[in-house]
Design a protein. Structure first.
Length: 178
């Protein structure tokens, strides 16, 4: 699990002008060049979002130990990519961890987001890339945010149901040498 937070446009927080990863790295969308990295808004919003990431990581660590993605196939799942900011940030963060393959998957994406993601991901898997693209939420019947409590419950259930014999730090599978 990688934690990324969107940095929204002032006055329109759902429109991601940037994203911040767990290490504090900010990725600024090229679609919004007027919001330079040194702007007061960007600095304060990045600090606020990084605090959210750190609090969530601490809370989620109670039931989910991070897995080292090195030499593994990593699949990053998101509901959609409008600007691509959060997915680009997630992929760049994970790419530094040297996965064997890095796959981005989501239900819906804009063609602009796909263009940003293609050079970073080894594969892109998505259901739709409609033109014109308005917002990710318009493609879902229920687009409410998942609460931290719901995430924790899902992590608990998945660990006990699907991985009962897998230690939290199981080594990456080795390639056979035939």
């Amino acid at each position: 699990m990688v934690l990324i937070r969107k940095i929204g446009l002032p006055g329109n927080p759902e429109l991601g002008i940037a994203a911040i990863d767990e290490s504090g790295q900010i990725w600024l969308s090229p679609q919004f060049p007027e919001h330079i990295p040194g702007s007061k808004y960007l600095r304060s919003e990045a600090a606020r979002q990084l605090a959210v990431i750190r609090a969530r990581r601490k809370r989620y660590a109670q039931v989910h130990t991070p897995i080292d993605p090195k030499d593994r196939v990593v699949i990053v799942v998101d509901d959609g990519a409008a600007t691509g900011s959060t997915m680009v940030s997630a992929l760049r963060y994970l790419r530094q961890k040297h996965p064997a393959r890095l796959i981005a998957t989501f239900a819906v994406a804009s063609t602009d987001a796909l263009a940003l993601l293609r050079p970073i991901a080894d594969d892109l898997i998505y259901l739709a890339a409609p033109e014109p693209f308005f917002a990710v939420g318009t493609f879902f019947q229920d687009f409410r945010e998942v609460s931290d409590d719901e995430v924790l419950e899902i992590l608990r259930k998945s660990r006990s149901r699907y991985l009962p014999h897998c230690p939290p730090h199981a080594p990456a599978p080795r390639k056979s040498r035939r």
